[in-house]
Ligand binder design. Structure first.
Ligand code: B12
Length: 301
């Protein structure tokens, strides 16, 4: 991937003339910076924002370095997005699976919509394959890895603001769910946080210490495997108490999290989906006077 594009490169990638593109830049529809020599250049994250918001088809995605995306959307299996993703993941078609996730993002889906929808649904299905034996487990592990790579590709094109508030998070010590926690982190990055992801199986005291060390504004905890946790109450209460004094917010969530059994505290937010986490993160940034970097787009507007 390239970090910057010339107006000519972006014009070719989206199939318009260079002069139209320069006009849009001068109108402020596309934000450009200038090189030392005075030439216009466009950050990749800004090019992607423009493509998403205007639903402009990328006729030559390879010019942006996006070699995994078929120019005409994505040729492949039929069916809805979940079926397509599941088919690619089950067949070990890693490039196609990553390309599909990225295409959804380019087509204007928010990161939360991609993960709460096709990604979660495809993985839930793949999670049943272990019934078929060890090969099913291999498919599940490989699919997890592919989804993580796909999410990191999306994260890679998000604008990064050096002074944005920090979010630190992971899945807790008895929970291996690194895919869940990465997904939550990429959603927060999409809302404009600077994100530090500690991965699966992160001890509670590590979350606490990392939050203080990295001066986090928000700590997120993804609970993907609730039955493994026993009682969450003790460690969660401790975490909330420790972080409240430093004014650090905590978001804890998972599909099957029994929110009604969780300790209440002024600095905690509980949720089941990443759409809820995105909305919470956006609200928190606003309350801190930060304009979210990349306002989420919705498919059915
Ligand atoms: C991948 C996977 C694993 C991987 C995890 C690898 C990794 N690096 O992530 C591995 C192979 C390690 C694994 C292990 C186990 N797993 Co497992 N696993 C899954 C699987 C197939 C997909 C999970 C996933 O990542 N999905 C994609 C993510 C994005 O979705 P998600 O986790 O649901 O997250 C959503 C929400 O939780 C929410 N969210 C996430 N984070 C946050 C944060 C906040 C703040 C908010 C608000 C929301 C939020 O948004 C997400 C999108 O909607 C699920 C199947 C399923 N039905 O979910 C089983 C599943 C979670 N596993 C299960 C089980 C039982 C196990 C094992 C115990 C199996 C075993 N007998 O060994 C072990 C656990 C061992 C241990 N050490 O604890 C059960 C859990 C049942 C339960 N209710 O507790 C499930 C549901 C499968 C099933 N139907 O039985 N697993």
């Amino acid at each position: 991937l390239k970090n910057f594009l010339s107006p000519k490169e972006l014009a070719q990638a989206i199939g318009v003339s260079e002069s139209s593109l320069k006009r849009w830049a001068d109108d402020g529809r596309i934000h450009v910076s200038r090189t030392a020599g005075g030439h216009r250049r466009i950050a990749l994250s800004e090019a992607i924002r423009f493509v998403r918001e205007t639903r402009t088809p990328l006729v030559q995605p390879q010019i942006l370095g996006l070699t995994e995306i078929a120019p005409d959307g994505h040729a492949g299996p039929g069916g809805d997005e979940t079926t397509k993703l599941r088919t690619f993941l089950e067949a070990g078609q890693e490039r196609e699976a990553r390309g599909l996730l990225f295409s959804l993002y380019l087509n204007g889906w928010s990161i939360a919509e991609i993960v709460d929808g096709p990604l979660h649904d495809a993985m839930a299905h793949i999670g049943k394959l272990w019934l078929d034996g060890d090969l099913g487990i291999a498919v599940e592990h490989r699919a997890t890895d592919t989804c993580m790579a796909g999410l990191r590709q999306i994260q890679r094109v998000l604008p990064v603001e050096e002074d944005a508030p920090v979010a630190v998070g992971g899945a807790p010590e008895t929970d291996p769910g690194a895919l869940s926690s990465l997904a939550a982190g990429v959603v927060l990055a999409g809302e404009g946080f600077r994100v530090i992801h500690l991965g699966g199986s992160t001890p509670w005291r590590v979350l606490e210490e990392a939050a203080l060390e990295y001066r986090a504004t928000l700590v997120w905890v993804s609970v993907a495997h609730p039955q493994q946790l026993g009682s969450l109450e003790g460690p969660v209460t401790h975490l909330l108490d420790m972080l409240a004094d430093s004014g650090i917010h905590v978001a804890i969530g998972g599909r099957d999290l029994a929110i009604n059994l969780m300790p209440t505290h002024r600095n905690v937010f509980y949720g089941h989906t990443l759409a809820e986490l995105a909305a919470f993160g956006r609200g928190l940034l606003r309350s801190l006077g930060h304009t979210p970097a990349n306002t989420a787009q919705h498919t059915d507007e």
